[in-house]
Design a protein around this ligand. Sequence first.
Ligand code: MN
Ligand code: MN
Length: 406
Amino acid sequence: MNPANRREVLTGLALGAGTLLGARAAAAGEVEPSRAPGWGGTDPGPRNLGREMQNPDIINPPATDHGTLPNLRFSYADSHIRQESGGWTRQITERELGISKSIAGVNMRLNAGGIRELHWHKEAEWAYMLYGNARITAIDAMGRNFVDDVGVGDLWYFPSGIPHSIQGLDPDGCEFLLVFDNGGFDEDSTFLLSDWIKHVPPEVLAKNFGASAELFSHTPDPSALYIFKAPVPPPLGPGKLLGAASVPQSFSHKMLAQEPIRTKSGTVRITDSSNFPVSKTIAAALVEVDPGGLRELHWHPNADEWQYYIEGEARMGVFASSGQARTFDFRAGDVGYVPFAMGHYIENTGTSTLRFLEMFKSSYYADLSLNQWLALTPPDLVRAHLHIDDQEIKVFRKEKIPVVPA
Ligand code: MN
Ligand code: MN
């Protein structure tokens, strides 16, 4: 929590506990919706205190917030979990976070050996490994194949329509975030191997494969697969590829292993089609911010931003033009959203490193820095807007610094 914010909370506490006689006394650490003495009030009625404590900038918004913005936050903690024999999955799509038309996300856990059934879908699939180890497989339309083992901080990308699978490995399977380039994606509507087999007449299957119809009589019902239990596969040998050739552009990438842009207060790793060529529709940045640090005021000229918070605590202020601005709070497991072109900042309000992902439906990553813009604009022009003097204007930096100190 930053000093200004802490002050607001303390003010709210003092008001809740003492100023209004007869009102319910505030519990220790309780936040009242009062930004300053004589402003707002206590909340004596029904409350969901746990939620309110996690959203200090919703209950006590900065005085600079104004107007109406769509909801820009949804937590996986509020997302229905589908449990299966090999793990679980949950999704945040435009049905959960209405503004999210361009991107949908899935958070999935596969136990050791657990398999996400062979399938495909219309949307391209981008993934970030959050925990453990997984094996991924795919083929492309030219009959070339792909198999790889991935660990924490690795990515994969399967172009739209490419069939694939994911399996948890030793010692404890895996957990990952999937990002799809369409907010309307539904993980319950993918094209499953078992589902198709069950919906083709047996004599057609027999003709197609030149085999007895008996061959497919043991295929389980799709309800038994999707995410199902299986033995952990042996290590990948040198003969891991069954086809004549591997896909020309790898479907996996080691994002966390990239050398980051380092600033005094954090790091940024950018992965897009310039360094992960197959990823034509998703660009991403992995951002780390030290306590008190700030992902600087900026905006993106190409796409909406879909965020996933991996660890730490943050608040994001979003400027929507027309005098509209709103602040949202985030922690591990939350998703944030910034509509195209809106100005924003993200501040580490916790006591440990803040780590989050920014994803864009784009082949390339791009941002515009407010600071850099002001430094690279003729000084007289800037002075005429901000009414600052010759000395003060030197504060602006020509170099872009994506994460700035506390
Ligand atoms: Mn998939
Ligand atoms: Mn951004």
